[in-house]
Design a protein around this ligand. Structure first.
Ligand SMILES: C[S@@+](CC[C@H](N)C(=O)[O-])C[C@H]1O[C@@H](n2cnc3c(N)ncnc32)[C@H](O)[C@@H]1O
Length: 264
């Protein structure tokens, strides 16, 4: 059995252990939500969301009448999703189902016209075997003619070039669970594995510091397409923003739409 890499394990989990911090941090990220709502409504659903988190995307989809099934490995995010669902009207609640599982190997035994993997969840696929397992999962859950859409941040050369010996500070802010905090981070890029290791330091008023690790695999557009094609997908389009614009030198995200090119 392959040995678990504890650093990567922590890098795919720690950032998601405080759902209120996650909600607070990404509260202004709304363009992707609007785009997924538009695409899901067009498809009609049901939608499979790999890495559903605490429902940032899934809840708006359900409010727009689209049924969603989600998979996530974070008990904390799923507990928060359960709590948030309780505040929704019954018809919205009934449109969202989820299971705790690993997006690299889950098997739900059903197929969907649309599979989505929003907001950098795919950056937690650290190895070629992770990517291949994940794309097998997508394939096994996609109806003939169905679409797979994911969005990934593009590598930012200046971030990858940061010195790992230096802490970079940002303005203090009100952390929902720790109160007013000083925030600093270290970026440490592993050029061989193409993984950016981020250490986030939160120091509260008493001077106590909490460190949260986050590990993000860096995928380049050409490379991600090779993975998709190797797994039997045809890349339909790659957009460079959430308005459907093209991928350009200025883009910081790639929104990739793919279909099955041949039978699995
Ligand atoms: C950036 S969040 C995205 C959540 C949600 N899709 C959104 O847009 O807000 C990434 C999610 O992927 C989940 N995740 C990461 N690696 C995973 C894995 N191997 N299996 C299942 N879930 C995973 C995390 O727990 C987290 O909830």
């Amino acid at each position: 059995m392959a040995r678990i890499d504890r650093e990567l394990e922590a890098g795919s989990r720690a950032h998601y252990t405080d759902a209120s911090y996650y909600t607070h941090t990404y509260r202004t990220r709304i363009e992707d939500v609007a785009r997924y709502v538009e695409l899901a409504c067009k498809s009609g659903g049901p939608v499979l969301e790999l890495g559903i988190g605490n429902g940032r995307i899934a809840l708006p989809l359900a409010r727009h009448g689209v049924s969603v099934v989600g998979v996530d490995h974070s008990t904390e995010m799923l507990a928060d999703l359960r709590r948030r669902l309780r505040a929704e009207p019954r018809e919205v609640r009934e449109r969202v189902a989820f299971v705790r599982g690993d997006i690299r190997k889950v098997s739900l035994g059903r197929k969907f016209p649309l599979v989505i993997c929003p907001f950098n969840t795919a950056l937690h696929l650290y190895t070629r075997s992770d990517v291949r397992g994940f794309l097998r999962v997508v394939t096994n859950h996609l109806m003939p003619g169905g679409t797979f859409i994911c969005d990934l941040s593009l590598p930012v050369p200046r971030d990858l070039a940061r010195s790992a010996q230096r802490k970079y500070g940002a303005p203090p802010f009100n952390h929902p669970t720790l109160g007013r905090v000083k925030y600093e981070e270290i970026f440490d890029y592993d050029r061989v594995r193409q993984i950016l290791f981020i250490s986030m330091f939160f120091t509260d008023k008493s001077g106590e510091t909490v460190m949260t690790p986050l590990a993000h695999r860096q995928f380049y557009p050409e490379e991600w397409q090779v993975f998709l094609e190797e797994a039997g997908f045809r890349v339909v389009t790659i957009e460079g923003d959430f308005q459907g614009g093209p991928l350009t030198q200025e883009s910081d995200v790639m929104v990739v739409h793919a279909r099955r090119a041949r039978k699995a």
